[in-house]
Ligand binder design. Structure first.
Ligand SMILES: C[S@@+](CC[C@H](N)C(=O)[O-])C[C@H]1O[C@@H](n2cnc3c(N)ncnc32)[C@H](O)[C@@H]1O
Length: 215
């Protein structure tokens, strides 16, 4: 009798392990990439599927967690980081992932050198900050100068209207919000674009601004 129970438990464990293996990798990884914010991961997932982007560029790699998550879409992923120590960590993490390219340098400079080579439309995930120089305005200017009016943008750490519990990045005492970058975004899309946010996210996670060409 006891033997039969052991066998049943073994089967149950095997079944559970099989079910875990069947979970899409992207969901597993979002626990690291989006700090456990499944709603944000879902938003980005839907955005990428809906907009049909052909390449992803991330500015601000840090340790490559979100880069790794982006590679699961099977698109070419370029990530740009200026801090040499973070570059080493990210390169180790992304080694052997053929669709990931790690660029060392300041985001605006590197963007300028690769932007003409990318399959379009491009999704730009703009997340380079933490330093005195905040490159966001320059990144947006380079995207506009590159003529990427079909691009999609995700701006991380941006205030979300009506959700004061979501976090925005603060630079020199100012918290990032769309008004600070509206003109630079308008220059990319010749004035007409559509914005949305991660409104379904739980409290106290970063706000995320999504921008795409007007339908
Ligand atoms: C918030 S972290 C990026 C997090 C990463 N995208 C992720 O999801 O895991 C910001 C990164 O931007 C980098 N950074 C700051 N200024 C930069 C610049 N001008 N060019 C490239 N990277 C920059 C910082 O070194 C830091 O690693």
């Amino acid at each position: 009798m006891a033997r039969r129970v052991v066998i049943k438990q073994g089967r149950r464990k095997k079944k559970k392990r099989k079910k875990q293996q069947e979970q899409p990798k992207r969901v597993d990884k979002c626990l690291v990439a989006w700090a456990g914010d499944l709603a944000a991961a879902r938003c980005v997932n839907d955005f990428i599927s809906r907009t049909g982007c052909k390449a992803i560029v991330e500015t601000g790699t840090y340790k490559g967690a979100t880069t790794a998550w982006f590679t699961t879409f099977g698109l070419p992923v370029h990530t740009i980081e200026k801090n040499h120590e973070f570059i080493s960590v990210a390169r180790a993490r992304l080694a052997g992932i053929p669709n990931a390219t790690v660029h060392e340098g300041s985001s605006a400079d590197v963007l300028g050198s690769i932007i003409g080579e990318l399959p379009r439309p491009v999704l730009f995930f703009l997340d380079a900050h933490w330093e005195d120089y905040w490159p966001l305005q320059d990144e947006l200017r380079i995207i506009a100068e590159g003529g990427h009016s079909d691009a999609c943008l995700i701006v991380h750490d941006c205030l979300v209207p009506g959700r004061s519990d979501l976090k925005g990045d603060i630079s020199k005492g100012v918290t990032l919000n769309i008004e600070m970058i509206r003109d630079a975004i308008a220059a990319i899309y010749n004035g007409s674009f559509h914005v949305s946010y991660n409104e379904a996210s739980p409290a106290h996670v970063p706000g995320i601004l999504f921008v795409e060409p007007s339908p």
